[in-house]
Design a protein around this ligand. Sequence first.
Ligand SMILES: N[C@@H](CCC(=O)N[C@@H](CS)C(=O)NCC(=O)O)C(=O)O
Length: 231
Amino acid sequence: MTELSAFPITGKWPARHPERLQLYSLATPNGVKVSIMLEEIGLPYEVHKVSFEAEDQLSPAFISLSANNKIPAILDPNGPGGQPLPLFESGAILQYLAEKSGQLLSLDPAQRYQTLQWLMFQMGGIGPMFGQVGFFHFFAGKEYEDKRPRDRYVNESKRLLAVLDRHLQGREWMVDAYSIADIAIFPWVRNLVERYNARELVEFDTFKEVQRVLARFLERPAVQRGLKIPA
Ligand SMILES: N[C@@H](CCC(=O)N[C@@H](CS)C(=O)NCC(=O)O)C(=O)O
């Protein structure tokens, strides 16, 4: 009997390595933030695929860990005080992993708050808005005759891309060094143009700085691995 067996999620997704951090995810733009982070920091983990086709995210076992029935979620057997820590919301998970590993979130207070600022900008702006472009342009909403909802989210996404583009002028990354802000933002930018086929719709080719930094991000070996996890 390991400590993790007290968590109902381990009944549906048994832990083969209960001493490792358990990740419950799918390779979506929110899911890969955490797999990229884990690949970057080199913390041993075990990944479990949450299938949307099988509606795993709605199962009582999954909701017992992730109350909002969304991926990604983690269960760290070695959380604060040596106790297991369950956590959902990718922004909170990125911050937790950065603090646990001492990587990708500066200890300098000003840089630290600026990193958190851009992390929140992703969580509150880019994720929800780009996600709605996905719904109205690529998923079920593309059948809707009334294009006003789609256009509203496309315009807001263009505005957000312009914010990024202005900020990235003369910069290598979102904050001074590569950080959890980049790991939060760039999987969503990639998803918008590559998966949702919205490159022309949002006039992506006009955002040269965003293109430049996205290309650098996608060159990182940990990013390339993380984008494919879980397979
Ligand atoms: N704010 C949440 C959003 C998570 C989220 O929207 N996850 C999506 C996949 S990208 C999901 O689990 N969707 C399943 C559903 O809504 O049933 C986070 O960043 O973790």
